[in-house]
Design a protein around this ligand. Sequence first.
Ligand SMILES: C[S@@+](CC[C@H](N)C(=O)[O-])C[C@H]1O[C@@H](n2cnc3c(N)ncnc32)[C@H](O)[C@@H]1O
Length: 227
Amino acid sequence: MDDKTMQGWLGFWEKKTLPWHNDDVHEAIEKHHEILMTSPTAKNKIFIPLCGKTVDIKWLADRGNEVVGLEASEIAVKDFFTEQNIEYTSEDAPAVKGKLYRSTDNKIKVYCCDLFLFSAEIESGFSGIWDRGSLVAISPANQKRYIELIKTLIHPGIGYLLEMPDRDPSKGDPNKGPFCISFGNLQEGFGPDCSVTKLCAVEKLLPKMIQHAPSIKGINVLRLTFR
Ligand SMILES: C[S@@+](CC[C@H](N)C(=O)[O-])C[C@H]1O[C@@H](n2cnc3c(N)ncnc32)[C@H](O)[C@@H]1O
């Protein structure tokens, strides 16, 4: 990711301006977490790319999953463990030019690095991926690269849930996220073995998120399935 975009994200954390952050577990995770927990070849290992300090990490770990998060901001990662009262250790992770934070019970790992330095050689065998504010946080110029990276973590039957806002194109600044993608473009990006369906609409929209991005008309959670 280019330095300017990364600085923009780190700036949100430094200023503690977090329009996307939800203090409650995501309603789709509460209802549909089983989708992420079992696949034909993997069980109870969930990847949350660009995880921020989402409370979903702990919620999923409390239900018997190993949760692997990845986040560029060290403020976010430390805030997550501190606010959730989880004891943790940290170590250098040279393979991703960053750090690895882990809970002392080893149920939660969070890589603090640029996503584009991550790969299936570092972590794999996921039963599910929870992509909330992750693909859509990536600028359109890099979304193809993001999808190519995520595809290396995909295997047939993996659970993939993706939150996708629905934006009114006539409103707001198109150069400012979230950067939404159509079903067609998603399907094309993930390839012929992927099919995309709408799982549910998010009922409780965060007022601060709508204030930040007034062009958001609604938010859906999509399910991607892979043959
Ligand atoms: C919209 S927030 C979503 C956070 C989280 N998924 C949630 O639901 O609360 C996007 C997050 O991605 C992080 N981020 C942006 N680009 C990144 C990158 N290239 N590598 C790692 N993290 C990144 C930002 O710091 C920010 O915390």
